[in-house]
Design a protein around this ligand. Structure first.
Ligand SMILES: Cc1cc2nc3c(=O)[nH]c(=O)nc-3n(C[C@H](O)[C@H](O)[C@H](O)COP(=O)(O)OP(=O)(O)OC[C@H]3O[C@@H](n4cnc5c(N)ncnc54)[C@H](O)[C@@H]3O)c2cc1C
Length: 500
């Protein structure tokens, strides 16, 4: 029997308990990070128990369907992954899924009451050629004149504190407000000045320093990126990835428990356990991790993988010398997604390409040319994903479309949108009256699921990660450390777990 030690510098708070289960690895959290970690460990022949607090795995990688079209899957959260790197595509192929490219249509921006195609050759909205036609359409000649200075300003004229100050210091305010802010708001649900550059645009700072120009840096990043679109999808929706991963783990599991089990004793094997909130982490004298759940479960394991910031404070006393601070992400925006099923043959022509990103101040009513729009982004899903267009056509006939609108900006409570409001916003953004064309709708809330990767938070993560590196048997992964998005998380989870 091994007894839990108390954390360095702290008295023992409760009498020692005997761990009732002994496994090779415990993974805390069943989002994409936890599932990839679990799948990788199971692939190494280890007995893994994955503990998920909620009643389903996948986090914001989630699917659903309209009541009117029950056989057509739609993504209710993440719907694509960044094409940089090959980790997600390789994983999808390994799981027997078909990776797809979006239709070659531009994304559009909506700023100052005007809709315009976003410059094709950019990174997070930062253009590679400041005087290109599509850039000029978005920011006008004065904007182009200021942005072009980026090619002649010396390297030291740059403030790299965050994405907003960097963009403004090199390319000026118009590029920041009209091109970069809509993309950042759409992707990260946060203003530019809250975003750490290295996290949201990997490689950009290095490319800037090399080229001595931000737009040239973007150009070199784009040249090094794989050909085709900057994002990819999966036939059947991105959520197929989560279902396949969970299926693979379950296939090697001897149990798939969807309710708390408190009576388990003796040797156990790989398992995915839902509704198992981790509430305590300790270290036994032999170095094993002791994990306790709210339902009274206790597991002992040589390896612990933490994929959620909620559990970071529980492991922090055991990390390094016990003094490192657990990173605490700021609360993310209260995001609501409305997915509309529309009877609208006018949308066959994809009037705004694959969708639109709305500049942050568009919802301020005064002094603007176009109608006020509260949505921050719109995805014309049937124009973007040919597989979806085909399935909708097969199930509902021609002229039927799926359009998704996203609401909620950082720091403000989000009033839940109604399908009527979403249809009004879609009409303004797509330039087609869609107000009485809604056949069905889906409403999904993601409250706080996208914490802003601020520079201060990233500094805490770096310090914590370094200390974790000196803590045997512990790995941390998931978006809270790897950065938002499947491309970052999948590659990080695989590499981290391999090193465990
Ligand atoms: C609306 C929306 C759209 C998005 N679109 C995209 C996109 O198109 N492309 C893209 O790449 N990314 C997208 N993202 C981001 C991406 O979905 C996330 O970065 C990613 O899913 C996070 O995965 P994760 O495993 O790190 O965290 P999570 O999925 O949050 O998983 C963490 C898990 O830990 C569990 N947990 C918490 N506390 C405990 C505890 N005490 N015990 C046990 N379990 C616990 C939680 O219930 C959760 O399931 C989107 C996000 C949102 C919200």
């Amino acid at each position: 029997m091994t007894l839990p030690r108390h954390p360095p510098g702290r008295p023992a708070e409760r009498p020692p308990e005997r761990p009732s289960e002994d496994v090779d690895a415990v993974v805390v959290g069943g989002g994409i990070g936890g599932l990839v970690a679990g799948y990788t460990l199971v692939g190494r022949g280890l007995r893994v128990v994955l503990l998920e607090a909620s009643d389903r795995v996948g986090g914001p990688v989630r699917g659903g369907s309209f009541a009117a079209l029950p056989r057509v899957p739609v993504d209710l959260g993440a719907e694509s992954f960044a094409a940089r790197g090959t980790a997600v595509a390789d994983l999808a192929a390994e799981l027997g899924l078909r990776v797809v490219e979006p239709a070659p249509r531009p994304a559009w921006g909506y700023a100052a009451g005007r809709a315009f195609p976003l410059p094709a050759a950019g990174v997070l909205g930062i253009p590679s050629v400041p005087w290109a036609r599509d850039v000029r359409r978005a920011i006008g000649w004065p904007g182009v004149a200021r942005a072009s200075l980026d090619r002649v300003l010396p390297r030291f004229v740059a403030d790299t504190t965050d994405l907003g100050t960097l963009t403004r210091s090199r390319l000026g305010r118009r590029v920041a407000e009209r091109l970069v802010a809509p993309v950042a708001a759409g992707v990260h649900s946060a203003p530019l000045d809250r975003l750490d550059v290295a996290t949201v645009a990997p490689g950009l700072l290095e490319a800037f320093h090399l080229e001595a120009s931000l737009s040239k840096g973007v150009e070199s990043l784009r040249a090094a990126a794989p050909a085709g679109s900057a994002v990819r999808g999966v036939d059947g929706g991105i959520h197929a990835l989560v279902e396949a991963l969970a299926g693979e783990i379950a296939a090697s599991a001897e149990e798939w428990v969807d309710s708390p089990r408190v009576d388990q004793t003796g040797p156990i094997h790989t398992a995915v356990r839902l509704r198992q909130e981790v509430v305590g982490v300790e270290r036994a004298d032999d170095g094993a991790w002791v994990v306790r759940t709210a339902a009274g479960g206790r597991l002992e394991s040589a390896r612990l993988v933490v994929t959620t910031p909620a559990v970071a404070p529980l492991v922090a006393p055991w990390v390094g010398d016990g003094t490192v601070r657990a990173p605490r992400p700021e609360r993310g925006a209260d995001v609501w997604l409305v997915t509309l099923l529309l009877e609208a043959p006018e949308l066959d022509a994809a009037p705004r390409g694959s969708g639109m990103l709305v500049a942050p101040d568009e919802d301020r009513p005064s002094g603007r040319k176009g109608p006020a729009v509260r949505a921050k982004a719109l995805t014309h899903a049937t124009a973007k994903w040919p597989w979806l267009a085909e399935r909708v056509r097969d199930a509902a006939g021609p002229g039927v479309h799926v359009v998704r609108l996203s609401y909620g900006r950082l720091g403000a409570e989000t009033v839940p949108p109604t399908p009527e409001e979403a249809a009004r916003d879609a009409s303004a953004l797509l330039g087609v009256d869609l107000t009485d064309r809604v056949r069905d709708h889906l409403l999904q809330r993601w409250d706080g699921a996208l914490p802003p990767p601020t520079p201060a938070y990233r500094a805490d993560v770096a310090a914590f990660g370094a200390a974790v590196g000196h803590t045997p048997g512990l790995a941390v992964t998931g978006g809270w450390v790897a950065g938002t998005g499947l491309a970052a998380i999948v590659a990080h989870a695989q590499a981290t777990v391999a090193a465990l």
